[in-house]
Design a protein around this ligand. Sequence first.
Ligand code: NAP
Length: 243
Amino acid sequence: MTTHSKGTALVFGGSRGIGAAIARRLAREGYDVALTYVSRPDDAATVAAAIEAAGRRALAVRADSADAAALQDAVAQVVGQFGQLDLAVINAGVLRLGPLDTFSLADLDQTLAVNVRGVFVALQAAAARMKDGGRLVTIGSNTAIRTGSPGSSAYAMSKAAVAALVKGTALDLAPRRITVNNVQPGPTETDMTSALREHVVPRVPLGRLAEPEEIAGLVAYLASAEAGFVTGASLTIDGGFVL
Ligand SMILES: NC(=O)c1ccc[n+]([C@@H]2O[C@H](COP(=O)([O-])OP(=O)(O)OC[C@H]3O[C@@H](n4cnc5c(N)ncnc54)[C@H](OP(=O)(O)O)[C@@H]3O)[C@@H](O)[C@H]2O)c1
């Protein structure tokens, strides 16, 4: 049975991994959920079907986070179809690894385009169309504070930028009662970490990677009414990760 919608959420990068878990969780919480993807329309359609199976409206939009116009258009489409925007989760991100001396500028540009510029534009576009009192959540990384291993400098830099961006944005949007927070996962079971598993598990005191659903749970908290006084925060969820 379909109940009254809790509101409308947009998950940037919602087709796989952590973003897909967030989209599914928000649907179970009662949100109508839109998601963006860039390369996996079939995965996006699977997540959209799960949202509808939970009794909510779904919308999957192809929007490369490196393309500002595509992000702005995605937000416009969501507001056009759902009528409002209450929550945006900026999850899309890329992981390019390599030591400083050989790291290519193409990889640097892609890292910054998606993980930093894309986050800035998504925050800007979502805030512009969001109702007052809405919620913005970014997905950073614990590498912003605990850069785990050589070869992760550009990625860590990009995620540290997100943490700083969220602090500033929270101040900008406080007059509109929009909260802005950053979730910093540690190693999580997704496609992004499949090749790194053996390397990172020994560094996690809890002895395992996070499940994407555990990251989604923290996002659901930040979206909830009881998190109304949390803003500008970067919340790390990494099993006690050590260097
Ligand atoms: N997994 C971890 O251990 C971990 C730890 C800390 C932080 N994070 C962060 O958590 C977020 C999600 O990571 P994940 O592990 O779930 O990654 P993932 O399994 O590789 O999935 C990435 C998601 O982002 C989307 N995406 C990637 N580039 C995009 C672009 N240019 N435009 C639009 N969408 C794009 C993908 O869409 P397609 O399916 O269409 O390609 C997919 O939905 C990232 O920001 C990542 O940095 C992950």
